[in-house]
Design a protein around this ligand. Sequence first.
Ligand code: PLP
Length: 362
Amino acid sequence: MNKRAFNFNAGPAALPLEVLERAQSEFVEFRESGMSIMEMSHRGAIYESVHKETQERLLALLGNPKGYKVLFLQGGASLQFAMVPMNFLGQGQQANYVMTGSWAEKALKEAQLIGDTHIAASSEADHFMSLPDLDAISLSENPAYLHMTSNETIGGIQFKEFPDTGSLPLICDMSSDILSRPIDVDQFGMIYAGAQKNLGPSGVTVVIAKEELIANSPKHLPTMLRYSTHASNDSLYNTPPSFGIYMINEVLKWIEERGELEGIQVQNREKAALIYNTIDNSGGFYRGCVDAGSRSDMNITFRMESEELEKEFIKASVQEGFEGLKGHRSVGGLRASIYNAVPLESCKALVDFMNHFKKTHG
Ligand SMILES: *Cc1c(COP(=O)(O)O)cnc(C)c1O
């Protein structure tokens, strides 16, 4: 095999090599069935065991919170932006949002199509370069839920804690930091995530929700857009993305082998610190984009003195085997996405490259 790239893609993103190799070994024939997992019925015993195993493993990694259900949906986190207000925003209520950047804005926009909304907190005045103060959250009069984005993938800010919303459901888009650290699931009414950053391949959206919250969806909604349809059919109402779910199961096993979420968090912090320290110790050659206290351990955004220099940096990085260091097209600059599966070695290689580039261009 050719050398694997130092992959810093934002999503779809790096998957663990061990998982890819395991999948490769099981690709043509799965569990002595005479066929691959993609070729068998999703109603058969073999697929159903993978489906169930993946749900159980995910909940176990999250500490087996009581009364929660795992759903496997499609349409990405983007469809959740719409399904959340469709299912939970009633007449006379307001959908409350915490505004932190590009993804929070997309989520709010969908809710505005469905009903009344309210901005409960925002760091827009700071151009989303910092997190809003959670003590300053101000809810609307009759809130249906509070929606947050735990990690802004494009801007590079990440919440380290979440507010206590009492009986009001806290709904969180965790697409880009799910399973990167331990969390207290009990704080949330619902968590959702597109799989392609920290969980597996694109094509699966994972929802972890309180059973009582998703038991009764409005009857006027189309069947496929009701959480209750998927909850009561155990995400087998229609054909699930079976290969993607199998891959998630393998990624979850890989997380277990790495000390579960506590172990993963230690590794993630070490990786992030390496790169942030390189930025901070560069004498201003590299500049972190966001407020130091709001920095993401998943998406590190930084800039250089000029766009020309940034272009040169990206070009040189590609020649050295680095992928995905260009910032999102909407903001420019540079970004290193270091999800769970990005190895420490890739981060060390990036730091070496950054230091070398500084020496030759500083
Ligand atoms: C990538 C991303 C999304 C969009 O996910 P899709 O699966 O492409 O719809 C939404 N929210 C966050 C925080 C993301 O990082």
